[in-house]
Design a protein around this ligand. Sequence first.
Ligand SMILES: [Zn+2]
Length: 324
Amino acid sequence: MRHLHVWSLAALVGVTGIGLALNAAQEPDLRPSGKGIGTLDHPPMPDQASTPKGQAGPPSKNTSNGINYRGGPVMTNPIKMYYIWYGNWSNNTATDILPFLANNIGGTPYFNINSTYYNGSGTKVSTNVTLAGNGLTSPLATMVSNYPFGNSLSDAQIQQVVLNAISSGVFGGATTPDPNGIYFVLTSQDVTASSGFCTSYCGWHTYTTVNNTAIKYSFVGDATRCLSACAAQSTSPNGNPGADAMASVIAHELEEAATDPQLNAWYDNRGYENADKCAWTFGTTYTTSSGVANMKLGVAPNQKDFLIQRNWVNASGGYCSLTY
Ligand SMILES: [Zn+2]
């Protein structure tokens, strides 16, 4: 657990450049791979197995803001989030808190940071985000609440959960993947991910290609399982520390999936994607009746407080921020 905080400190040191002894001109660009940086990264990709972190990635185009474009796609159409609730989520306020996040993060000054990222044609990442499918209110709830893969999921099983959900048609009847979708597998407190949840990461995002469609998906586990590793606080603005911690991780994976959906668009020379560069930093916070927060989402009087990690602005030399 402590290990994770050490890593997040290392990420901070990297951002500020303290102790950066490498000559940038001689340092090869590293691809994002593995789960080791910060607490939030990706599972190893089959097609990256031969190019582990530490080997040269494609040449970068722009180094002026501390993060470089590698030529791959970004998400330029309105972004559709899909939640797949794996395990037992009954009587858990996460099922209110996390849909609220998904339905209110789009269009905010916070998410607008992602508009500083663009593709090879100069088209910006969309800042329109909605929860297009919430497995909790569909037959999918029945499908995954009976633990079809047990309580310890491999990376392959997490991918299979996503593929099964899509092919079953539970998301609005469509049985083909949404090319503008990001599918989140949210696992309950009694479930782990065997490749390193709580020890190497708190969540990750990646993709797989089926019938020429890149299916973007993410794993985020209930941080109640390991608050000391995956939560910034043990009390929280919405009175559910595990879910409030998941909100920060979901935001992180969402913005990385938007700007680097196929792990070949935007990352820095260490393989850090935009949110990785600001992981576990929160900027200015304020105190609520039950914890610390740094942003209010929603429209008054229907608002909630959240504590969400900052993101990297790809402008003005680059910096971590809560707004753009
Ligand atoms: Zn990340």
